[in-house]
Write a protein that binds this ligand. Structure first.
Ligand SMILES: Cc1ncc(COP(=O)(O)O)c(C=O)c1O
Length: 387
């Protein structure tokens, strides 16, 4: 498919009114996603409890998510959130043996740190890989800490604070060579970049639907490599995680032979309608094409920031960047508010203003952001201009 980005952009009405650079928090709403949610409402009004269709919707999300990750449907758990996926996996880990270490990095989203720290009560030793002086986390920092006691390396692909992308193939190779497994938190990448779990060779991956996958809050996924599933029995479970959901057996826990064993209760049905529609858009365009477009837009934005003397703190190398470009700002909350007044939707973390790009953004959005930042430069930029 040759993507017609202008036509695609027209399917996201908010883009006519705002410069929307906030897909890293919540995506713009597509016409077909809105229609899908409406069709759920119609079902509720006209049919009532349409369980046969609803179960199929959950399965459709599983199958489409498998296509996005280039995995098998049996390797996907459809969860309530990324956190729910990590929790289910953590509950299946055993920290009483030789391998009691979990390695995380300084770039983690809080949930992927907090859940592993919570496992300290069960014997886990959580170790943080620190960033280097330049703010990045090079492979050698992982090399120093991953060892024969490491059970799991749980890392983010793209850092939600600064937009830096880690060397995931390098980390996976290192972890596997030392007998450790890898959980990839790809939430800030999936949908905007190609995340091919087989090519990356990760053992597990988590994310959710509300950012670059174009769905809604309230739905996530956990990928688990097929060969590992049988050996992992989550203690955080429920009836939708059982081998036979309709058995209603109260005498035992009989987990599904597939990744469904990492699920729990009744699926978030309305969110499945939205996610199905969102995932279809992503798959219709293709993640390789989306990645190319996003890389082009982020590079353009970085170049333009350099030109106006407000250089980005996000790594300039394409392979070290995802869909997010950040600048450091003085009083960032006030800068964010100013941009919001100008109908430029961004977000911020720490002292960093974040602009996040998707295929539906355009050069026009980059221009609008740069022009606005130029106007605010004297007040908010922390970079001292050369004399
Ligand atoms: C990188 C990353 N991981 C995890 C999460 C949390 O996801 P959830 O709220 O679905 O647990 C987020 C949410 O912003 C995120 O950006």
């Amino acid at each position: 498919m040759i993507a017609d980005f202008k036509a695609l952009r027209a399917r996201f009405p908010v883009l006519e009114r705002k410069t929307y650079l906030n897909s890293g928090s919540y995506c713009a709403l597509a016409d077909s996603v809105k229609a899908a949610i409406n069709s759920y409402m119609d079902d509720r009004l006209l049919v009532g409890a349409n369980w046969d269709v609803w179960v199929m919707k959950n399965e459709a999300v599983r199958s489409l998510m498998a296509q996005v990750l280039r995995a098998q449907p049996d390797e996907i758990a459809v969860t309530a959130s990324a956190s729910a996926g990590i929790n289910a996996l953590a509950s299946a880990c055993n920290f009483s043996g030789e391998r009691d270490k979990v390695i995380i990095s300084d770039f983690e989203f809080p949930t992927n740190a907090q859940i592993w720290h919570a496992q300290e009560l069960r014997g886990a030793k959580v170790v943080h890989v620190p960033r280097a002086a330049d703010g990045y986390i090079p492979l050698e920092n992982f090399e120093k800490l991953i060892d024969e006691r490491t059970q799991l390396v749980a890392v983010t692909q793209v850092c939600f604070r600064n937009g830096a992308r880690l060397d995931i193939p390098g980390i996976v190779k290192l972890a596997h060579s030392r007998g450790a497994k890898v959980l990839l938190d790809c939430y800030q990448a999936v949908g905007a970049l190609t995340v091919d779990v087989k090519q990356l060779d990760v053992d597990f991956a988590v994310g959710g639907m509300l950012k670059y996958l174009l769905g809604t809050a309230g739905l996530g996924f956990l990928y688990a490599r097929k060969e590992l599933i049988a050996g992992l029995v989550p203690t955080q479970t429920g009836w939708f995680a059982q081998a036979n959901i309709t058995a209603m057996d109260i005498t035992a826990n009989r987990p599904s032979p597939t990744a469904r064993r990492f699920e729990a209760g009744t699926p978030a049905v309305v969110n499945c309608y939205a996610a199905e529609a969102g995932l279809k858009i992503i798959l219709d365009i293709g993640t390789d094409i989306i990645q190319e477009r996003v890389t082009y837009l982020t590079r353009l934005c970085m170049d333009r920031l350099e030109e106006i003397g407000w250089p980005s703190i996000t790594p300039p190398q394409d392979e070290r960047r995802g869909p997010m470009v950040c600048v450091r700002a003085r009083e960032v909350a006030r800068l964010f508010a100013r941009l919001t007044e100008q109908d430029i939707v961004t977000s911020y973390r720490d002292d960093n203003l974040r602009a996040t790009f998707h295929f539906y953004n355009s050069e026009k959005d980059v221009d609008a952001l740069i022009e606005a930042l130029l106007g605010h430069r004297a007040e908010f930029c922390t970079v001292v201009p050369p004399a």
